[in-house]
Design a protein around this ligand. Sequence first.
Ligand code: SF4
Length: 361
Amino acid sequence: MTKTNLKGLTQKALEQFILSVGEPKYRASQIYQWLYKYRVSSFEAMTNLSVSLREKLNEAATIEQFSVAASQTSNVDGTVKFLYELSDGKKIETVLIPPRITAVDAEERMTLCVSTQIGCALDCKFCATASMGFLRNLTTSEILNQYITAQTFSEKPITNIVFMGMGEPMLNYDNVMDAVEIITDQNGIGLSPKRITLSTAGYAKHIRKMADEDRKIKLALSLHSLRDEVRSDLMPITKKFSVEDLLSALEYYNKKTKKSVMLEYIVFEGVNDTDQDVQLLVKAARRLDCRVNLIPYHSIEFTHPQGYSAALHGVSKEGLERFWKKLRMNDVITFIRHSAGVDIDAACGQLAVKNELAIAH
Ligand code: SF4
């Protein structure tokens, strides 16, 4: 008999499992708390269950664990990159990011950047994950285990989760949302939805779906250009959902959820850094309830980029500040994102399991 992995089951799914093995429903709540609140790794540790139930669970079920294949810590800012090995031998990366010492909430904040897929099919030209191609979606259990395992290594509680690691979360929507449900449930992991951000490359349909389902987490869009022709070069997904499709989906999201969105923008030299780009961004920002996050470009040289990717360069620090000033002068709420983990290839856009790069070099 194939055993059921209970890690990753929502409260409802766990109830169904418990009823299927002939146990009363209330047992599901107890097991749910052991799995996610106390995060135990064996049924033996679930001490308020009878010995016979624990034996039954051992026969019918498992609790998936992760093994850390490797980890690297940045000498510059303390960022930790984990390489996790999954049960089928595939590997993913997850990044634990301490706050900047100068941050107002430096004492309490600890952010985890979580992956949702192994590799990615969307082929954004500035992203290392794209060079892996798409291997598969992560299960809910694998999404949760990134947090659960990283928490055992972190000296401080992880307070924030960003779905900005490997993969496009909207293309693994159901598993990601089940994970979010467990992470934000007070009987589960118990983080506030306000501390969870999902970033999409631009699945307009799913942005509307998130709004319709009244998801409480925060939404970010990897925008990078408001000109379809430029954005298509940078992010081929633009051929499926145009910039206008995205802006109108975000307007819908703003209206329906009354929540603001984050627009992420890497400023590339000679590509999306002109005054016209500033004006288009200002115009878009005026249509939306949003903030703009300018992101320094992080080199993906280690993936040996070719063609358009190879020609991409970030603007200088001064160029980034000039771009920021122009947006601020137009009353756009704009921040420059602090880069973390650059020295260990763990910064934004740099995640890729090196021995699984689709392009062999
Ligand atoms: S930026 Fe995100 S969506 Fe684009 S290729 Fe990388 S992981 Fe995929």
